[in-house]
Design a protein around this ligand. Structure first.
Ligand code: PEP
Ligand code: MN
Length: 350
């Protein structure tokens, strides 16, 4: 249930509504926008009549949220969620281009890649250290050693780091090092992991599952938001279809559909959604034209030697070319590419 306050409602009136929500045994989620204050009453609300809140002073309207996800819905939070990462913002006017190798393979590899992607215009560095490989015999990642190399790359370039977490047991370690926790496609419905991440205040990049519907993706985001972690960006990374010409099928539709259903930033991964370096740029351009807030792209200095996902990794030169084109499309969309501003200093949620 959403309690929409009158534009001139006083802080005392807001407080009064909040105490009535708590007294009804419901959780409170406050969304204070520029224009309106919306108070979410979350829990078993179906047996509670809306009149109970409609009569309170300062209340303009009470609406029931019809979607199964509440905190993630645009109905609950009409304005775009915008959150800061090292001087740039995600979900606003700026377009975030996150880039780096599928896996951190060595100190030299990640440092070289970090400088190359920064030079080309990326605003954040990606790199996996715990890898969800189909085969248990394939390279599984460097673990903490990889996090140390990533931290050094961040120090040298100022790029915040985005790293995939596979299990709750890695959470304490990961929050010490990373700026954005990536939840991979295979863990989108690992609800215990989502709940644990919801308890942290580290920004999250939540990828869509291989066969997950858009509604299921939003329900997964809801798990994180319900814990109080509001800094969640959603990532379309291709879905399984009958088509085998590409690794996955990019669901471009998901971008405008998600932007209409949710206030959360939406980014696209053209690397996993195509599986081929030759197609990455085209899909990256399409994503920005479709209204995506950013991209996450695999870049490797020597894709032929990569320990994972070499086939879909761009060489730095091809990535630089892609960023140029994406920047031009961003302009047409009245947006601009985010640039990194140097010293890393998270500022909280806007
Ligand atoms: C990755 O980003 O390297 C990855 C494993 O992605 P996904 O979870 O989308 O398959
Ligand atoms: Mn990968």
């Amino acid at each position: 249930m959403m309690i929409i306050m009158k534009p001139n409602a006083t802080p005392q009136q807001v407080e009064n509504v909040i105490s009535h929500i708590r007294a009804a045994g419901l959780a409170v989620h406050l969304s204070q926008g520029v224009e309106t204050t919306i108070i979410g009453a979350i829990g078993e609300t179906h047996s509670i009549p809306t009149e109970r809140f409609e009569v309170l002073e300062g209340v303009q309207e009470v609406q029931r949220i019809t979607k199964p996800y509440k905190l993630a819905s645009r109905q609950f939070h009409p304005e775009n969620s915008v959150f800061p990462l090292d001087g740039f913002t995600v979900g606003g006017e700026e377009i975030a281009v996150i880039a780096g190798p599928c896996s951190v393979e060595s100190r030299a590899q990640i440092i070289e890649t970090a400088h190359a992607v920064k030079e080309a215009g990326a605003c954040a560095l990606r790199g996996g250290v715990f890898k969800p490989r189909t085969s248990p015999y394939a390279f599984q990642g460097l673990g903490e050693e990889g996090l140390e190399y990533l931290a050094e790359a961040r120090e040298q370039t100022g790029l915040p780091i985005v790293v995939e977490i596979m299990s709750q047991t890695q959470l304490d370690l990961m929050v010490k090092y990373v700026d954005v926790l990536q939840v991979g496609a295979r863990n989108m419905q690992n609800f215990n992991l989502l709940r644990a991440i919801g308890e942290t205040r580290t920004p999250v990049l939540l990828k869509r599952g291989l066969s997950a519907t858009i509604e299921e993706l939003l329900m997964s985001a809801e798990y994180i938001l319900a814990g109080g972690n509001k800094q969640v960006m959603l990532c379309e990374r291709g879905i399984r279809t009958f088509e085998t010409a590409t690794r996955n099928t990019t669901d471009i539709n998901a971008i405008p559909v998600l932007k209409s259903l949710t206030h959360l930033p939406v980014i696209l991964d053209p690397s996993h959604s195509t599986g081929h370096a030759d197609f990455v740029s085209a899909i990256a351009r399409a994503a920005i034209a479709a209204g995506a807030d950013g991209l996450i792209v695999e870049v490797h200095p020597n894709p032929a030697q990569a320990l994972s996902d070499g086939k879909q990794s761009l060489k730095p030169e091809a990535f630089a070319q892609m960023v140029k084109q994406v920047g031009q499309i961003a302009q047409i969309m009245d947006r601009r590419l985010a640039a990194v501003h140097g010293a890393y200093a998270p500022q909280g949620w806007a």
